[in-house]
Each structure stands twice: as structure tokens, then as C-alpha cells.
Write a protein that binds this ligand. Structure first.
Ligand code: AMP
Ligand code: MG
Length: 406
């Protein structure tokens, strides 16, 4: 048996990043991976500007509260004022450039209108107050997003803030999904006796899409060796990765294993984790590439839905991130206090479905069986529990949040 780390190391060693990149507009960037570092050409903010609606002035002119100053100009956001004459104030609005000569802004709530267009300043300002300095967000020439950044809303906003309309991103990883198992029925169909609905196919597609992959749902493979081999060959031609669920338990009468072996190579890894012990990893030769190194990676996930889901998060997620050129592939675990007891030690490292209660402690889903998909919906994440370990309420546990894994 391999440890989780050993299996992950093997998998990541084989995860060669896609190299092709293309430039996409801001509206198409969500979830994509930046191919080159983004360097800002501009300074943000470009000029010292006001953080408040109020009056820009010189601190030296207001040594005590109640000073009356003539208002010499009005500077709304989007316009530039003129140098501030000593002994005057400028009416200014949030985001407007602070005029040369002014060294503070007093918010309007601390000022009063006086006759003849004057203002009474009821606060003694300190230099720099309510002024956002030029460059305090971004200095021109600095790297603001390193290569490999996964682009989410904040990253897209930051790129826009320096005027970038397009960014170079890696092309999507093309993933072919195959389902196996004679018991599987597609949702929407009547369920025959002995059948179960195919859930893995649908959450796997959603998971791959979450990571920005282009998914081809290659459907349910007819249960013969020839059909399975043909499906693999076809999938290999136009994809970077073929993923199946089910049929990788050792000794199972199943066509996936011999078919992958016939079309390429396959290793079956027994990994000392629960749920999700078996994981198949190999490759399928691309048609016409016999004798060459050109092949498509193959990963066979376990069939039990919870095992499949958890194995995706533990293995597929870092594998996909690495292949898409992500800078960070290992999730951060949080140390949290358990509200539940785990009394029966397991012989394998266990990833228990758990959620964060209102008091911030972690509670375990009562049924940790690998077939109970309800646990994954109920849970907020996984408690990573070493083999042979128990814990009691109040003990600290290692929690992997789904929000950090997706
Ligand atoms: P297997 O790994 O093929 O032995 O499957 C283990 C368990 O997972 C069996 O109970 C299967 O019925 C179930 N299973 C396999 N594939 C799926 C799927 N796509 N959706 C839901 N359950 C599945
Ligand atoms: Mg099966």
C-alpha cells in the first residue's frame, strides 16, 4: 500500500503542464490559469487623491478648530484642480486628485458652510489625513499576478484596475469522462430492479468544470472489451486526460483494466486512505502514435460515490492544477476544535465528512460510509485523521475545507 503522499507524488511527477496559451478578454477569464506574470504598466492610484468628500487644505492654515477659509475651487472626481493658494480650501470629492499644495482633507461632516462661499473647518487636520497616496495599491513595473495564478473575481478586478483588457491563459485541459458499471441508470430514466442512478458522472463533470476543464462526457461504455478499447482510443485522440469511475477494485470482473492495458499501460495503486483505497493510473496511446511517447493520461477513480468525490479532491484536484500550470496545488489545512468523538481507530488515514458548527467547532456526519453521498452535501469539508487515531470533543483536528478545495 502507498501512503497518500507517495501516491500524490507519483501522480504529480507525471503531471506535465499544458504549454499552449491564448489571450482572452476579461469576461472570459474566470477560473482560468495565468500563463505569464502580469506586470502593471501604470501606478494605482495614479495621483494622490481624496478618500472623502470634504475640503482639501493646508494643515498650517488650520491651527485650531473654527478657522474660516475661502473656497477657491471645486474638484469633482475625474477632474484635476489647480495648485492650492495658501489660506484657501478646495471643495473636493472622493477619488478626486488632491491639488498640489494641499496636505490634508477634512471630511465634510466636520465642516460648515459660511457666507460668501467660505467654509468653517471644525477639525484640526494632521498632514496626510484622508489622502490616498499615488501608488499605494500598485507601483508601475511591479508583478501584480504571478504566472500560474487561478483567476477569480478579485484577480480579474486587479487586472482591470491596471488597464489590462486581455490576459494570456493556459488552454483548458481537455478531459474525457467515461462511466462503467452495468448497474448504472441515467437520471430521468425509470430505475430497473437492481439498478442505481449514475451520480458520479454528473458530479465529476461539475468538478472538472469547476477547475476550468473542457469536459467531454463520453457516456456509458458498453460492457465489452472491444467497446471499451474503442472508447479509450477515441477519447485519447482529442483529450489530455481520460477519467473513469468504478471498476478499479482489485480482482473485479471489469473491462476497463484490461482495455487500458491493451491500449497503453495501467498501474493499480492501493492507497492507505479511507474512503477511496483504489486508484488506477496509466496512459492510453494516441492513435497512430504506436512506438512513440505520445499518449493521453488515464485515471480510474473508485466507484463508490463518496470515495470518488473525496479521491477527486485529494488526487485529481492537485493533478489538474499542476497540469494547468497552477502555482499552488497543495491545499491549506486548518486546525480546528472537534465537537464530535471519533472512537473507532481506522487502519488507514481517514478523511471524514464534517461541518463547521455555529460555534466554530467541527462536527462529524454520523454515517461515514463511502456510499452515502448525503454526507458530502451536509459537510463543509474533511477531517484528515491519521491511521490508528481517535479523538474526543475538545481535541484539535486537521480540517480541509471544501471551500479551499474547490
Ligand atoms: P466499483 O468500484 O465499480 O466496484 O463500484 C463500487 C460501488 O460504487 C458500487 O456500489 C457501484 O454500484 C457504485 N458506483 C459505481 N459507479 C457509480 C456511479 N457512476 N454512480 C453511482 N454509483 C456508482
Ligand atoms: Mg463496478
Amino acid at each position: 500500500m502507498l501512503s497518500y503522499e507517495q501516491a500524490l507524488e507519483h501522480l504529480l511527477a507525471a503531471a506535465t503542464p499544458v504549454t499552449e496559451a491564448r489571450r482572452l478578454p476579461l469576461a472570459a477569464l474566470r477560473g482560468r490559469f495565468l500563463a505569464e506574470a502580469l506586470v502593471s504598466n501604470v501606478t494605482v492610484p495614479p495621483l494622490d487623491n481624496s478618500a472623502m468628500d470634504g475640503y482639501a487644505l493646508r494643515c498650517a492654515d488650520v491651527p485650531e478648530p473654527g478657522v474660516v477659509l475661502p473656497v477657491s475651487q471645486r474638484i469633482p472626481a475625474g477632474s484635476v484642480g489647480t495648485p492650492l493658494m495658501p489660506g484657501t480650501a478646495a471643495r473636493i470629492f472622493t477619488g478626486a486628485p488632491v491639488p498640489p499644495g494641499a496636505d490634508a482633507v477634512v471630511m465634510q461632516e466636520l465642516c460648515e458652510h459660511a457666507p460668501d462661499g467660505k467654509v468653517i473647518v471644525n477639525q484640526v487636520p494632521t498632514p496626510g489625513q484622508n489622502i490616498r497616496r499615488a501608488g499605494e495599491d500598485i507601483a508601475a513595473g511591479s508583478v501584480i499576478l504571478p504566472a500560474g495564478t487561478r483567476l477569480g473575481p478579485a484577480e480579474i478586478g486587479l487586472a482591470a484596475s491596471v488597464g489590462a483588457a486581455e490576459l494570456p491563459v493556459r488552454r483548458r485541459l481537455r478531459v474525457a469522462l467515461l462511466s462503467t458499471g452495468d448497474e448504472l441508470t441515467e437520471p430521468g430514466q425509470p430505475l430497473p430492479a437492481g439498478g442505481i442512478y449514475n451520480s458520479n458522472r454528473h458530479f465529476l463533470r461539475a468538478l472538472f468544470e469547476t477547475f476550468g476543464c473542457a469536459v467531454t462526457d463520453a457516456g456509458h461504455v458498453p460492457d465489452t472489451l472491444e467497446a471499451t478499447r474503442a472508447a479509450l482510443r477515441e477519447a485519447a485522440a482529442a483529450h489530455d486526460l481520460i477519467v473513469t469511475s468504478g471498476g478499479v477494485s482489485v480482482g473485479e470482473e471489469d473491462h476497463v483494466k484490461p482495455a487500458v492495458e491493451a491500449e497503453g499501460a495501467l498501474s493499480l495503486w492501493k492507497i492507505a486512505i479511507k474512503p477511496g483505497k483504489p486508484l488506477a493510473f496509466g496512459h492510453v496511446r494516441k492513435v497512430g502514435a504506436e512506438g512513440t511517447a505520445e499518449s493521453t493520461a488515464f485515471i480510474g477513480l473508485p466507484g463508490n460515490p463518496v470515495s470518488c468525490f473525496v479521491t477527486f479532491l485529494l488526487f485529481l484536484r492537485p493533478y489538474l492544477l499542476k497540469r494547468m500550470g497552477a502555482a499552488v496545488v497543495v491545499p491549506v489545512a486548518r486546525e480546528l476544535v472537534s465537537a464530535s468523538a471519533w472512537t473507532k481507530p481506522e487502519d488507514r488515514r481517514s478523511f471524514l465528512r464534517a461541518r463547521i458548527a455555529a460555534d466554530g467547532r467541527v462536527e462529524l456526519y454520523p454515517n461515514q460510509s463511502s456510499g452515502v453521498l448525503t454526507s458530502c452535501v451536509w459537510a463543509d469539508g474533511l477531517v484528515d485523521t491519521p491511521a490508528q487515531q481517535t479523538f474526543a470533543p475538545g481535541d484539535t483536528v486537521r480540517f480541509l475545507a471544501f471551500s479551499d478545495l474547490l
